[in-house]
Design a protein around this ligand. Structure first.
Ligand code: SAM
Ligand code: SF4
Ligand code: F3S
Length: 562
């Protein structure tokens, strides 16, 4: 793929057919008195739970409301409209929202004009009948694939706030495992319309999200995502590259490509002669014909090929999440190694270190396959940081099987592990298995795993001591109140314990934080104007969850771990 200029690529985005302005039909009648006629546009508050995909979806929904003339409210208490973008991955995530229904009902009683919309993975077609009973304060429910219709359904779409025809294109409800689920098809078109009309309200001006594939085709038996988000649908290659180019021309420093399984990007797109050189085959599990179709490797190369006038990648850091070990091809590993902007970090969920458990989880790979892929990546990208997801206490997990997971943590040496106890989810295949690991055993295993990983994480972080790293500064953080010894709770937090103490703060400095290319959280002090810049930090403290250091140069340089 030859390098193309940002302007050339961004032109593709703006050249896309612009939708006709229209007064959209199909407005929800229950919102009649909520409409802007006769009074000001409603203010809104978005409460986003769950993963990066939800955060990206919320950026699109907020963009619709802002384009319609609504303003953001600073809290739920003062908003005319509350949009809750839910997560359903574990029962706890849904319970959090159910637990707020009483407060929301109170607010609505005090301010009868207030409305609540519930969106995201908690809204599943198969359970639509029970939604109103579970979420009592909610006026409208939208599945993830219906989110582009938010403004229209609220009746907030008008001539001042055009909404595209492509946005409201209909798509049939699809069926996964015999159940009707939402269709991801229309999201790709809706995204293009939203971008062309400036209706994506990105939450950061430093790092941008870019969805490349919607839904999930995998069959992990514990997981609700395929039921919430429907089957995999890849966005067209050129749409993604054009969006990346516009992100580059807007000056973003970091871009994260999003999907439940970004490694399978492109398998559902049409074969094209321009991709005839792509001959990838899936290396494990059900075979797929991937010939002449774009893949994630091709996308990384294309985005890395967007250059600035000095010939450097226009977006300095390129990330992608999440990778499924099943589809991790040699082509992808080669692209990771050869693209300058692709960071030295990979999130590769293992879920369990035992083959029988993996099989029961429907993961389609063995521990040996996982380790073989990882060894190849580590050979191609020396020093790469690796993070993972683990579920403890899945159906039938014996002590020996749990210990196999612990042993994998030791042998692999992860930088970060995200772990949770198994939570049975409605409609998933695992409901046919007994959830037979007692809650106290799940809890004990979870704590054991967290404390083992704390030691491993600390060891991994210590390797950075006395090294210089490039930090992309993304926030001013509150400093730790003092340098007093930390409580046990603080020691277990996500790096707060490694923050700079007030005593270490110089005149005119603030506590700052950012990430390295290896995704390490780094705390240091400096001028607030450094936010959004890459700086060089010398690391002089390593904790289990974060690093701390001092500013040596206001221009960053690549990190190299010997
Ligand atoms: N697509 C990613 C993958 O293949 O690993 C993961 C996406 S999922 C939304 C994020 C994580 O949630 C999973 O990796 C898994 O560890 C966890 N998870 C999913 N379902 C779960 C369940 N029923 N109970 C506990 N954890 C769960
Ligand atoms: Fe869920 Fe598995 Fe899909 Fe990840 S790959 S979203 S865990 S079904
Ligand atoms: Fe949750 Fe849906 Fe993401 S279930 S983790 S918000 S894909």
């Amino acid at each position: 793929m030859t390098n193309r200029t940002i302007d050339e690529l961004a032109a593709n985005l703006t050249a896309l057919p612009r939708p006709t302005l229209m007064q959209a039909p199909g407005t929800d009648p229950s919102f009649a008195e909520f409409r802007p006629e006769g009074h000001g546009m409603p203010s809104f508050f978005m409460w986003t739970l769950g993963c990066q995909m939800n955060q990206s979806d919320s950026e699109e929904m907020a963009g619709q409301l802002l384009a319609a003339g609504c303003a953001r409210a600073s809290s739920m208490d003062t908003a005319d409209l509350v949009v809750i973008n839910t997560c359903a991955v574990r029962e706890h995530a849904e319970a959090k929202v159910i637990g707020r229904q009483g407060v929301l009902a109170e607010l609505k009683r005090a301010r009868p004009g207030m409305r609540v919309v519930l969106t995201g993975c908690g809204v599943r077609e198969s359970e639509r009948d029970g939604l109103a009973r579970r979420f009592k304060a909610v006026d409208m429910f939208l599945r993830p694939d219906e989110e582009p219709e938010l403004g229209r359904r609220l009746g907030l779409v008008s001539a001042q706030a055009p909404i595209g025809l492509r946005t409201i294109a209909t798509a049939a409800t699809t069926v996964v495992g015999g159940r009707p689920v939402s269709a991801a098809d229309r999201l790709a078109g809706a995204r293009v319309s939203a971008l062309a009309e400036g209706r994506v309200a990105r939450s950061s001006s430093i790092s941008a999200w870019l969805p490349i594939v919607y839904g999930c085709d995998k069959t992990c038996t514990y997981c609700i995502v395929p039921f919430s988000r429907g089957p995999e649908r890849s966005r067209p290659f050129d749409d993604i590259v054009a969006e990346a180019a516009s992100i580059a021309s807007d000056g973003y420093k970091e871009l994260t490509l999003l999907g439940q399984n970004v490694n399978s990007y492109g398998h559902d797109l049409a074969a094209e002669t321009r991709f005839a050189h792509i001959e990838t085959e899936r290396s494990a599990g059900r075979r797929l014909d991937l010939h002449s179709r774009p893949d994630l490797a091709e996308l990384l190369r294309a985005i890395d090929g967007i250059r600035d006038s000095d010939g450097r990648p226009a977006i300095p850091r390129l990330r992608f999440i999440t990778s499924h070990p099943w589809d991790l091809s040699d082509r992808l590993i080669e692209a990771m190694a050869s693209c300058e902007s692709v960071v030295e970090h990979l999130h590769l969920p293992i879920q369990s270190g035992d083959d029988e458990m993996l099989q029961r989880m429907g993961r389609q790979y063995s521990v040996a396959h996982y380790k073989e892929r990882l060894a190849r990546i580590r050979e191609a990208v020396p020093g790469i940081a690796v993070s993972t997801d683990v579920i403890v206490g899945f159906c039938g997990e014996t002590e020996k099987q749990f210990q196999a997971t612990m042993a994998s943590l030791d042998s692999i040496g992860y930088d970060t592990v995200f772990t949770a106890s198994y939570s049975p989810r409605p409609g998933t295949p695992a409901l046919r298995l007994a959830d037979d690991v007692a809650p106290e055993v799940k809890r004990r295993r979870l704590n054991e795993l967290l404390s083992r990983q704390e030691k491993i994480g600390l060891e991994r972080n210590r390797a950075w001591l006395d090294h210089d790293v490039e930090v992309l500064v993304d926030q001013v953080t509150p400093a730790r109140r003092s340098l007093a010894p930390l409580s046990e709770a603080e020691a277990f937090d996500d790096g707060r314990s490694d923050r700079v103490g007030d005593a270490a703060m110089g005149e005119g400095s603030v506590a700052l934080a950012g990430r390295t290319r290896h995704n390490k959280l780094v705390h240091f002090t400096g001028d607030a104007t450094l936010v959004g810049h890459s700086v060089r930090i010398h690391i002089d403290h390593a904790g289990p969850f974060a690093l701390r250091g001092r500013l040596v140069d206001s221009t960053g340089e690549p990190d190299v771990l010997a």
